[in-house]
Design a protein around this ligand. Sequence first.
Ligand code: ACO
Length: 397
Amino acid sequence: MTLVDAAPGLSDISVADTEIGDVRGNEGFFHYNRYSAIDLARSSSFERVWFLFVYGRLPEPAELDAFVETVRRHRHVDPGLLDFARTVGATGQTHRPLIDLRTVLSAAAQYTGMSPLWDTDEATRRENGIQLCAMVPTLLAAVHRAAHGLEPVRPRDDLDTAGYWLHAVTGQEVETGEIRALEQYLVATVEHGFNASTFTARVIASTGADLPSAICGAIGAFSGPLHGGAPDRALDALDAIVARGGPEMTVATVGEVATGWARDELAAGRRLMGFGHAVYRTHDPRSELLREVARGLGGRLAEVAVEVERAVVAVLAEARPDRPRYANVEFYAGVVMDRCGLPREMFTPTFTVSRVVGWTANALEQAHDRHIIRPRATYVGPAVTDRPSDVAHPEVR
Ligand code: ACO
């Protein structure tokens, strides 16, 4: 067998066939199954799209009703698991909800009795997948509230995922406009090709391990700032620009302030969070949708963000004319979530509420293929000596 030298990050390698969806980086387009993801975000509920990821087709109205009922039922997690989530959330010096979720989901395999994928039939895997995804908002909200000394909110059976999530985190009544804004974000972020977390989930699923293990691994990969951990940092950057501009900054002068800020950041060797993408070579269609959603919600921050985007894209192009980089999904995500009343530390967890559906679909698709994913590495260390006895060492201990 001839080994192929892959590009750094494996960006030039296709490692699986998938029917789940695809990202066309040069076109600025991505789709779920046969549907444009952005069209779905504009027209569909989160649950309808979730059904698509489970069954590979959109539901009939009665099927959707039954699916919604199943999801609502699974939000009510085992009281022992909920207690464990509260303990985990209330423990530790710093509140890191995703890391807490990872810990709690490890326990979920035991509480729910989810067996290894290798030993599970198709119907059971699907049911496990729906259960696991439906539990995530409840568990994430519980760890978050426990970290702030608050009791979990009892699952609301009259709300779909977007509204339930906002209510479960804040404990407040939520407005329809905010629910729909967040729902569009959730639909647009369910899945996005073989990114690092999805690939991680598939690698774990390829070993035949249980679904919670695959999702825990994906969460670990997702928590890094180069992947899912950027929306709060993108909003921090907006704050830094607003602070730099001072009280006299107007929407008309934001561009100038943002240009100076971006040049200084690049000169200091820092990355501009919320910009650039590993696959898109043009605009990220999610950021275009979320710009619209953010502006629809109104407020000064959205208008400031539009000016900042324009200025930062220009500075990035000036630095690398050969490699234009644009706002990615994270840039406006923070603005939308902030406007919906979510605290900054819950931005990446919100992304997780939708992305867990994509990870699950990928893990279950991978489980059909009974081959373990096992690439090779090229050894570049010191030359190997002929015999172990040639290695000088004082004594064997
Ligand atoms: N700020 C400064 N420089 C950047 C940025 C940025 N936002 N993005 C890319 N670059 C630089 C890279 O360091 C690289 O420089 P080099 O050639 O000197 O090494 C060059 O631009 C080209 O990089 P790309 O090939 O376009 O991007 P890559 O695939 O390496 O990285 C990534 C993609 C990780 C998203 C990067 O753009 C980045 O770090 N962005 C900021 C973090 C961020 O917003 N992450 C969220 C991504 S969206 C998501 O995962 C859901």
